[in-house]
Design a protein around this ligand. Sequence first.
Ligand SMILES: NC(=O)c1ccc[n+]([C@@H]2O[C@H](COP(=O)([O-])OP(=O)(O)OC[C@H]3O[C@@H](n4cnc5c(N)ncnc54)[C@H](OP(=O)(O)O)[C@@H]3O)[C@@H](O)[C@H]2O)c1
Length: 239
Amino acid sequence: MRYALVTGGSRGIGRAICQKLYQMGYEVLINYVSNEAAAKETLALIEGHGALMPFDVANPEAVSSAITAWQEAHPDSYIEVLVNNAGIRRDGLLIWMDPQDWHKVLDTNLSGWYNVTRALLQPMLVHRYGRIVNVASLSGIKGLPGQCNYSAAKGGLIAATKALAQEVARKKVTVNAVAPGFIRTEMVEGLDESTLKKDIPAARFGEPEEVAAVVGFLSSAEASYVNGEVISVNGGLYT
Ligand SMILES: NC(=O)c1ccc[n+]([C@@H]2O[C@H](COP(=O)([O-])OP(=O)(O)OC[C@H]3O[C@@H](n4cnc5c(N)ncnc54)[C@H](OP(=O)(O)O)[C@@H]3O)[C@@H](O)[C@H]2O)c1
């Protein structure tokens, strides 16, 4: 069996990515932090071809113990696809941004990447095959007002993507990112789509499946010569 891990796989974009990887033949490990019911729904959608793997990506000990336990239970396998998708936003103008909102977003969206990627990288290098796909954001490319914390985390994620790609390319491991624009999930609930879509050339928000399609390509064997790349999925909003 071939294994993939999707952080934040319980809902939204992560759920659609789990479904895509299942369609590609993977057993999908569905990570989440608290919403077990949603994670179980995702597992049902992939017809039980996977397992739940709860942990807080921002907690290095929790990440390490979950992955070590899985590896000990599966000594002859390794996780060959990692999609770093877990993320949160805590928006606010910098002048009013609490330290907690700065640190929580950086800890989850950027340090979470470090914690999970580092835990899974060695087996990919040893087996000389791996795919790492990081879910960044338009905010990390363009910067968005009210999102200094989120833009910094996603911009850092993009830079880390490019750096790690160069470290591991020789071992046939690729590291790429997608940068979604506005995608219809719980994360954008409360945003005024009718106003925002006036600035989007496609004149609508995107669907999680439209992000998952690109992640699926970057996770595939066919994408072997794409490395350190960031692909925007934003309806033409920013290029
Ligand atoms: N939606 C957009 O417009 C958009 C645009 C650009 C980028 N993105 C990025 O796309 C990714 C997915 O976003 P989404 O819109 O699908 O968000 P969402 O619907 O809010 O789902 C967030 C997912 O991340 C998980 N999560 C949050 N904190 C976590 C933690 N500390 N440890 C482990 N898992 C955690 C959640 O788990 P629980 O279910 O347990 O809470 C959930 O599965 C994020 O990285 C986000 O920044 C989204």
